[in-house]
Design a protein around this ligand. Structure first.
Ligand SMILES: [Zn+2]
Length: 351
């Protein structure tokens, strides 16, 4: 069952409410850090909060915090939490519609309160689905972003699988962001991603000599990564729309290896940047496909770019954007050849 997160901005909370949310977050963060070092964390129940503090605090939040801190500790991920937002399970958050407005209610330091939210049209559609029961509400988190208080609500829903059986292969590249192939049809998706990647790559190469460590993700400015995300959203939407319009029931993509945090050479830095952008695009395609009832399959990338339709495989078959079979002479755009091979899953499925 697919899950989405609905991020709702609380509509103009009063100063008193904002202060209360702030206070709740402070107490919860302190409690989480206290819990992290508690010798009996594993046996912790909501009663443990009394040991931490004598003030009133919603037990619904306490329970969620205990659950989450246990999980984090098990993964040995956290040493100290900077901010631990208050979370509520599905039974403690209620969405309602009052006239033209939607409200959410959740437990706080005072009484349980219902507050109006700012809902954009696509969000209203999801809220309506929660109200009519066609989607299910999960846990929620009260957090602040850019000085605005928001409630993030997890929503799960059923998707009817499509009866269509055609398979689409999607290959990602630098000249074209993506090339899609269904049977004998193909689509080339072009964006400015390539220019972006090349520019960053050049800049990195210049600074590499001085920098001891290259931390790719940090180097990509916020603005640029937002821009890239927007691009990837558009391309992934287009790809899934093409799939829907062409009777596709399955989308296949290459399983790319994980992104490396630290690159050791300019060449690797470039690759790492590509994989970061590609991974984001793949994730978006997969997610939008799943929402539309299209199955996503991951194939082994080993020989997709070097194999001809005649079956001959050789590294020399591919030369940049050109594919030319050394045995039968068949020629094609290399990325399209890749997409066709991905659709056929010639190297098998990724495990
Ligand atoms: Zn051939």
């Amino acid at each position: 069952m697919p899950t989405i997160t609905l991020r709702l901005e609380l509509h103009k909370p009063t100063k008193a409410k904002q202060d209360m949310y702030e206070r709740m977050t402070e107490v919860n963060t302190a409690f989480a850090n206290w819990l992290l070092n508690h010798p009996e964390l594993n046996q912790a129940t909501s009663k443990l909060f009394k040991e931490f503090s004598s003030q009133r605090f919603p037990s619904a939040v306490v329970n969620q915090t205990i659950r989450e801190v246990k999980a984090q500790k098990k993964k040995q991920k956290a040493k100290k939490f900077r901010t631990f937002w208050c979370c509520f399970n599905n039974q403690n958050v209620k969405v309602e519609k009052k006239g033209a407005f939607y409200t959410v209610s959740f437990p706080t330091l005072e009484k349980r309160i219902g507050v109006p939210v700012v809902a954009r049209p696509y969000q209203e559609a999801w809220l309506n689905r929660l109200l009519d029961g066609t989607a299910k509400q999960g846990a929620a988190k009260l957090y602040k972003k850019r000085k605005k208080w928001c409630l993030a609500i997890a929503i799960t829903f059923d998707v009817k699988p499509r009866h269509e059986t055609k398979v689409m292969g999607v290959d990602l590249g630098l000249r074209y962001i993506a090339v899609a192939s269904v049977g004998t049809k193909s689509w080339f998706f072009k964006g400015n991603q390539c220019a972006f990647v090349r520019r960053r790559y050049a800049a990195l190469r210049r600074t590499l000599g001085k920098a001891k460590k290259l931390q790719m993700i940090r180097k990509i400015g916020r603005k640029e990564s937002r821009w890239m995300k927007d691009q990837n959203h558009k391309i992934s939407r287009q790809i899934v729309n093409v799939a829907l319009a062409n009777g596709v029931g399955v989308i296949r993509m290459e399983e790319l290896t994980g992104i490396r945090k630290r690159a050791t050479s300019a060449k690797e830095a470039g690759r790492s940047l590509h994989s970061w952008a590609f991974h984001q695009l793949q994730t978006m395609i997969a997610y939008k496909a799943e929402m539309a009832g299209i199955r996503v399959e991951w194939v082994n990338p080993t020989y997709t770019s070097q194999t001809c339709k005649c079956g001959h495989r050789e590294k020399a078959n591919r030369n940049g954007i050109c594919f030319r079979c050394q045995r039968c002479g068949y020629t094609l755009h290399a990325d399209l050849n890749g997409a066709i091979n991905i659709a056929k899953a010639i190297s098998g499925f990724a495990s």
